[in-house]
Design a protein around this ligand. Structure first.
Ligand code: TYM
Length: 368
């Protein structure tokens, strides 16, 4: 990696109020260029609460990977978000490494972006506390994802589950992100983050950018293979519902061939064909071909032929990714270096914002 120098936000002779982060200027291996500083900033992440799915890839990570040159990119792995539901600590650790290796294998180049763990940067939780004091509880109760998760049989409805969107707002606002590329399921959380930012600005004076959602059309909502009314999710209980990025070719073909389809045999988009519509959307997002083109190509084919062609396309797409992943997951030294460098830049930026926020919110400057 190339040399990287960071602005820690610490100014001699003009001390800024310090927060939990009392750190020295450091030299890293990676230097953000001047043009990097002028680029708009994006921040987005995934939580390591399960194995990444094709939905995560097509709705999110695939789009992030093409933004590296145009934006300054912060890609946390939002591990603190993974503990709002029951989990096994050793699994969380394993999945966090897996998620990191998958980010990189999907094309998130650590030399062109800042990749780090949310739990390594102090500031996410601190800011979320301040923001939570500006967030009506009623707004949180209205969040669709909260309602869905809380309604699951045996769910433990802890305060973290309810406050999840405030932590997400803190993730975004801590870096003053301009844009937040996500899948459609995160739209409501993002709207809340925008409201929280506006409320802070109105209460304490202009501080935060109002972040813009960025939702790509293709792949924005990949649905379950067994229930096309429901989004494909890491937490799906039936393994046939979701394609995992690490599924073997055999598993991929089996899942696609047993995906639910609709009555009839024509391969086309239609309101009464949500199953085929979902597979067409996946096919289109995986191959970057239009739905119309695919409908034409498979006009004379039955579902079986269409599904086999989709399985071939998916296997071909995931094969090079899986090969890169297998090499990366063995290289802990490299992964630690990526995290260390990403964290240092993120921490510096986080401290700067937090100092400003604390000052505006009326806290007395921490004495050194
Ligand atoms: P998570 O981990 O559930 O998902 C990561 C990204 O994948 C997208 N996604 C999908 N897109 C299309 N179809 C699907 N079936 C599908 N499933 C998931 C999500 O929209 C997301 O972009 N709350 C967030 C994580 C988060 C975050 C943030 C995101 C925490 N803080 C700050 C952006 C900015 C979540 O649960 O993502």
């Amino acid at each position: 990696m190339a040399a990287k120098t960071i602005d820690t936000g610490v100014r001699t002779g003009n001390p800024t109020p310090e927060t939990a982060c009392n750190f020295q200027a450091r030299t890293l291996n990676f230097r953000p260029s001047m043009s990097d500083k002028q680029k708009p900033l994006i921040l987005t992440g995934a939580k390591p609460s399960g194995e990444l799915t094709l939905g995560n890839y097509l709705g999110a990570i695939k789009n992030w990977a093409v933004m590296l040159d145009q934006y300054e990119c912060f890609f946390p792995i939002v591990d603190l978000h993974a503990i709002t539901v029951r989990y096994v600590p050793a699994e969380l650790r394993r999945r966090t490494y897996q998620c990191l290796a998958q980010y990189i294998a999907c094309g998130l180049d650590p030399e062109k972006s800042h990749i780090f763990l949310q739990s390594h940067v102090t500031g996410h939780t601190e800011l979320s506390w301040i923001l939570s004091c500006l967030t009506p509880v009623g707004d949180l109760h209205r969040m669709t994802q909260f309602k869905e998760k809380a309604a699951k049989p045996g769910a433990s409805v802890n305060a973290g589950l309810l406050f999840y969107p405030v932590l997400m707002a803190a993730d975004i606002l801590l870096y003053n992100a301009d844009r937040v590329p996500v899948g459609e399921d995160q739209k409501q959380h993002l709207e809340l983050a925008r409201n929280i930012a506006q409320r802070f600005n109105q209460t304490y004076s202009e501080t935060f950018n109002i972040p813009e959602p960025f939702i790509s059309k293709a792949g924005a909502r990949v649905m379950s293979l067994q229930d096309p009314e429901k989004k494909m999710s890491k937490s799906d209980e039936n393994p046939g519902e979701a394609i995992l990025l690490l599924d073997s070719p055999k598993e991929i073909r089996k899942k696609i061939l047993s995906a639910v389809t609709d009555s009839g045999r024509e391969v086309r988009m239609a309101e009464d064909k949500p199953g085929i519509g979902n597979l067409l959307n996946i096919f289109s997002a995986v191959t970057d071909r239009s739905i119309e083109e695919l409908e034409k190509e498979f006009a004379e084919s039955g579902y079986g032929e269409f599904k086999n062609a989709l399985a071939d396309a998916l296997i071909a797409k995931l094969e090079p990714f899986q090969e890169r992943y297998r090499r990366l997951i063995e290289d802990k030294t490299y992964m630690h270096r990526v995290l260390k460098e990403g964290t240092e830049v993120a921490q510096a930026r986080a401290c700067k914002t937090l100092s400003k926020v604390y000052r505006k919110a009326g806290f007395i400057e921490r004495l050194r």
